[in-house]
Design a protein around this ligand. Structure first.
Ligand code: NAD
Length: 501
C-alpha cells in the first residue's frame, strides 16, 4: 500500500454536515488504498434525514416553486457541477475504479446531461390535463393533476453512483419532491459533492439529504420508513426483492432497476468485424460491471470458430492499467470480494466443461484486477450463463437458426437489454420483436438515451427510468371534478334520497 491523503466526509442532512464516530473507509479499487473515510449513517440518521425532507416538503420551499423555477435552479446546479466535472470524475473513479475515459463520458457526462433533461421535463410535463367535458349525469369537467408524492427515498449501487442517483433525484426534484439518498457503501463521494453543489446553487436545505451507510441498516430503514412515499432502487435482484418486501408494509410506490444477463445475438449476415467490436464493447466496458452488459454472445454455430478468433484477437488489445491514464482501456473490479467471486465463477465454469479462450486470471498487482475473459463451450443451462457475474466475463454460446437464438436469448430470469448484430434491418427488427427485454439495440450496445425509457422485463425490474414519462413515477395522480350544471335536479341524488324532509 502507498500512503495517500485520507480526507473525511460527513453526511448531509437538512443542509448541514452531520458526522458520526463510526467511519467507513473508501477504497480505490485500482490500488487497494484507502483514499477517504465517510461517516457511516444508521437508521437514526435516516430518520433524521426523512424528517428534514418531510419538513422541507411541508414548508413548500421547493414543491411550491413553479416548474419553471425548479427547472431554472436544476439547470444552474447542472452548470455548476459541470464547472467542476473533473473533480467529480476524480471522486467517482477513485472509489469505483472506472477509467478516466469512461468516468468522464459515461459516469459524469451522462449524469449531468440527464439531470438537465429532467429539468427540461419539469417545463414540458402535463401537470394538469383536462378530461373531456362530460354531460352525464350532469354537466361537469374533471382535471387530472400530477402532484409530488412527498419524501422520495433513493438507494443507489456503486457502479454508476452519480448517474443512477440522478436518474432518481432528477425526476423527483423536477416533480417537487424532497429526497433522501442512501448511496452504496463504496461510493458516496460524488453524490455528497453533488448535494453540496445543489445547495450552493439554489436548492433549499432539506430538499436533498444524503446518508451513506450499510444497506441492511440505513438502506432497509429508508425502504420501510412510514414517511417515505416512494422508493427508487437500483441494484441486485436479490436486494430488489427485499426492498419490495420492506416497502410493502406501508404500500409505497416502488421502482426497481435490477440485474441482467444480456444476450448479444450475432446473426449470420452480420458484419463480423463490427459485431466483434460491438460484442466486446457490450461486455467489457467498465469490466463487465454494467447491469445491461451483453454477457452472453450467441453465435451461429458455423461461424463460431471464426468469430471467437476475432473476439480473442481484438480483446487481447484491451489494456489494463492506471485508471487515471487516458491510455487505459479497462480498470479493476470493485473490491476483493467481487474479484474472488468472479474468479470462482470462471473456475466453476471450467470445471463444468467451459474452455478459457482468453484471460481467466487475476492480475498480480495491488488492487482488484481480473483479465478480460472469454469462455467457449458454454451452454445456456450452465450457471455462468444464467447468473449475473458482474465482471469481465463473456460466454460464447453457439446456436442454429434465428428461432434458436430467440429462444436462448429469452431463456433467462432476466430481461434488461439485448443487442442484435445484422446487416439486414428487417430481419433484425423482426427478431427484436421476439426478445423479452426492456431495451433491444440493433448494431449497437450500451445505447443509454435519456429520451427513451430504460428498465427491465421479468426479474430485471419494476417500472422504467428516463424517457418523457419519467416524472410519472414521482407523482401522485389526483382527479378534481367540478360540477358545471349548478342543477340539483340533474343529479342522481334520488338513488338515495326519495323521501320528503
Ligand atoms: P446491491 O444490491 O448489493 O446494492 C445496491 C444498494 O442497495 C446499495 O446502496 C446497498 O447498500 C443497498 N442495500 C443492500 N442491502 C440492502 C437492504 N437489505 N435494504 C436496503 N438497501 C440495501 O447491488 P450492487 O452490488 O451495489 O450493484 C450491482 C447490481 O446492481 C447488479 O446486480 C447490477 O445488475 C445492478 N444494476 C442495475 C442497473 C439497472 O438499471 N437495472 C444499473 C446498475 C446496476
Amino acid at each position: 500500500m502507498t500512503t495517500v491523503e485520507v480526507k473525511h466526509y460527513s453526511m448531509r442532512i437538512g443542509g448541514a454536515d452531520i458526522d458520526s464516530a463510526d467511519r467507513m473507509p473508501i477504497v480505490d479499487p485500482s490500488t487497494g488504498d484507502v483514499i477517504a473515510t465517510v461517516a457511516r449513517g444508521d437508521s437514526s440518521h435516516i430518520d433524521a434525514a426523512v424528517a428534514a425532507a418531510k419538513a422541507s416538503f411541508e414548508a413548500g420551499v421547493w414543491r411550491s416553486k413553479t416548474p419553471q423555477e425548479r427547472a431554472a435552479i436544476m439547470r444552474r446546479i447542472a452548470a455548476a457541477a459541470n464547472d467542476v466535472a473533473e473533480d467529480l470524475v476524480e471522486l467517482e473513479l477513485s472509489a469505483n475504479g472506472a477509467t478516466v475515459r469512461q468516468a468522464t463520458g459515461f459516469h459524469i457526462g451522462y449524469a449531468l446531461a440527464h439531470f438537465t433533461y429532467f429539468a427540461d421535463l419539469a417545463e414540458t410535463y402535463h401537470w394538469q390535463r383536462p378530461a373531456p367535458i362530460s354531460n352525464f349525469p350532469a354537466l361537469g369537467q374533471a382535471v387530472v393533476h400530477r402532484e409530488p408524492i412527498g419524501v422520495v427515498g433513493a438507494i443507489a449501487p456503486w457502479n454508476f453512483p452519480l448517474l443512477l442517483t440522478l436518474w432518481k433525484v432528477g425526476p423527483a426534484l423536477a416533480a417537487g419532491n424532497s429526497v433522501v439518498v442512501k448511496p452504496d457503501e463504496h461510493t458516496p463521494l460524488s453524490i455528497l459533492a453533488f448535494a453540496r453543489i445543489a445547495e450552493e446553487n439554489g436548492l433549499p436545505p432539506g430538499v436533498i439529504n444524503v446518508v451513506p451507510g450499510d444497506g441492511p441498516d440505513a438502506g432497509a430503514r429508508l425502504a420501510s420508513h412510514p414517511d417515505v412515499g416512494k422508493i427508487a432502487f437500483t441494484g441486485s435482484t436479490a436486494v430488489g426483492r427485499e426492498i419490495m418486501r420492506l416497502a410493502a408494509d406501508t404500500v409505497k410506490q416502488v421502482t426497481l432497476e435490477l440485474g441482467g444477463k444480456g444476450p448479444s445475438i450475432v446473426l449470420d449476415d452480420a458484419d463480423l468485424d463490427h459485431a466483434a467490436d460491438g460484442v466486446l464493447y457490450g461486455c467489457f466496458v467498465y469490466s463487465g460491471q454494467v447491469c445491461e452488459s451483453g454477457t452472453r454472445a450467441l453465435i451461429p454455430a458455423h461461424l463460431h470458430d471464426e468469430f471467437v478468433e476475432r473476439l480473442v484477437t481484438r480483446a487481447a488489445t484491451i489494456q489494463q492499467g492506471p485508471t487515471r491514464d487516458w491510455e487505459t482501456d479497462m480498470g479493476p473490479v470493485i473490491d476483493g470480494r467481487q474479484q474472488a467471486r468472479i474468479l470462482h465463477y470462471i473456475r466453476e465454469a471450467v470445471a463444468h466443461g467451459a474452455q478459457v479462450a482468453l484471460g481467466g486470471q487475476a492480475l498480480d498487482e495491488p488492487g482488484f484486477w481480473v483479465q478480460p475473459t472469454i469462455l467457449t463451450g458454454v451452454t445456456n443451462t450452465m450457471r455462468i450463463a444464467r447468473e449475473e457475474v458482474f465482471g469481465p466475463v463473456l460466454v460464447v454460446i453457439a446456436y442454429d437458426g434465428d428461432d434458436a437464438a430467440a429462444s436462448i436469448a429469452n431463456d433467462s430470469e432476466y430481461g434488461l437489454a439485448a443487442s442484435i448484430w445484422s446487416s439486414d434491418n428487417a430481419r433484425a427488427l423482426d427478431l427484436a420483436e421476439r426478445i423479452q427485454c426492456g431495451s433491444v439495440w440493433i448494431n449497437d450496445a450500451h445505447q443509454i438515451n435519456c429520451q427513451v425509457p430504460f428498465g427491465g422485463y421479468k426479474q430485471s425490474g419494476v417500472g422504467r427510468e428516463l424517457g418523457p414519462d419519467a416524472l410519472d413515477a414521482y407523482t401522485e395522480v389526483k382527479t378534481v371534478h367540478l360540477d358545471l350544471s349548478g342543477d340539483r335536479g340533474a343529479k342522481p341524488y334520488d338513488i338515495l334520497l326519495t323521501h320528503a324532509d
